[in-house]
Design a protein around this ligand. Structure first.
Ligand code: SF4
Length: 330
């Protein structure tokens, strides 16, 4: 799992308004390794969904690079691709959307929805497309008889299976799952997560899993990155991040995760104040307005994301000194 498949390099997305500009994503760098599940977590508005959309080129980034390792000797500068080549390469990098109610076109049959990504490249014959759609429908737990129906006749869980089938129809190598289970009931969430895991085991895809729900993230991820105000402020392997956080923001997020063991009492850290306006970020460390450990230095100097221990990165001046609380393993 050490082979890098996608490299995100100093990626930024800025929205310019009349009087102010907002950097929704700010100089973000990370790598995705082949076959892993890498999660992006953070409160709403932290930039994780914008980042996911930049990665599939649903929206265009303002600066930075994304390199896609298509094969051992073919590395593609994904953001520089022009329309025709982009269409083809995009087959390898797909997205599953959050809301299975609004992401499926209500006027299209399930067959047309699932087959659309194949039809745009016009490379397959009709019979081949039919065969492939049936195959992926069965893999994602959809009855073939559903294919003639319209999305409104399905439950949330079934609609999300349709969304997954559509994303996987092109045999992608990287799948961005944007809050893919957030809109579903808890019991259905577990079914969809298990489906995603089974499909990953079978096809070896890499997932970029975007979620605000740390319980789900703990269950599904190999590594986790925490975002705050458009930046990554901590990255580590899942167990390491959950048991030994090295950033006060991560500690506060973890203290809100429900613990299954009734003998373990977590002291919940209530984050003070709202997330600051991204158009007017605090000086120094952007988290200093809400951080209980801040010093004068934090208000003046912006901390870089540095490797504190092997594979564990933190953007806090005091990552080595602070003794932060994680969650006890469940
Ligand atoms: Fe808190 Fe300072 Fe660390 Fe920022 S740099 S997280 S303000 S202790």
């Amino acid at each position: 799992m050490n082979q890098v498949i996608l490299e995100v390099n100093e990626l930024s997305k800025e929205y310019k308004g009349k009087n102010e500009s907002v950097k929704a994503v700010s100089d973000v760098s990370f790598t995705l390794r082949k076959g892993e599940t890498f999660s992006l977590v953070g409160e709403s508005g932290c930039g994780k969904t914008t980042l996911g959309r930049c990665i599939v080129r649903g929206i265009e980034s303002t600066s930075g690079h994304i390199y896609y390792q298509k094969s051992e000797d073919e590395k593609i500068d994904f953001l520089s691709l022009k329309r025709k080549t982009l269409k083809e390469v995009r087959q390898d990098i797909q997205m599953i959307f959050q809301d299975p109610y609004s992401s499926l076109n209500p006027r299209m049959t399930v067959f047309d929805i699932i087959s659309e990504p194949l039809r745009v490249t016009k490379k397959m014959k009709k019979a081949e497309i039919e065969e492939r759609v049936k195959e992926i429908a069965l893999k994602t737990g959809l009855n073939v008889s559903y294919l003639k129906r319209y999305p409104h006749s399905f439950s949330g869980g079934q609609r999300q299976r349709i969304g997954i089938a559509r994303a996987l129809i092109t045999n992608p190598k990287v799948v961005v799952c944007d809050e893919a289970v957030s809109a579903l009931d808890v019991s259905i969430q577990a079914q969809i997560i298990n489906l995603l895991k089974d499909l990953q085991d079978e096809f070896g895809m890499t997932y970029l899993f975007i979620s605000h729900d740390l319980s789900v993230v703990e269950h599904i991820s190999d590594r986790v990155a925490v975002m705050y105000l458009g930046r990554i402020i901590e990255v580590a392997k899942t167990e390491e991040l959950f048991t030994n956080p090295l950033h006060p923001y991560t500690e506060a997020l973890l203290s809100a995760v429900p613990v299954a063991n009734p003998d373990v009492k977590m002291q919940r850290k209530i984050l003070k104040g709202e997330v600051p306006n991204p158009a007017n970020r605090p000086t120094g460390c952007h988290f200093h307005t809400r951080c209980e450990y801040r010093t004068k230095r934090c208000m003046q100097e912006s901390p870089d994301l540095v490797e504190v221990s092997e594979g564990h990165y933190s953007a806090c001046h005091y990552a080595k000194e602070l003794s932060l609380k994680g969650v006890v393993s469940h």
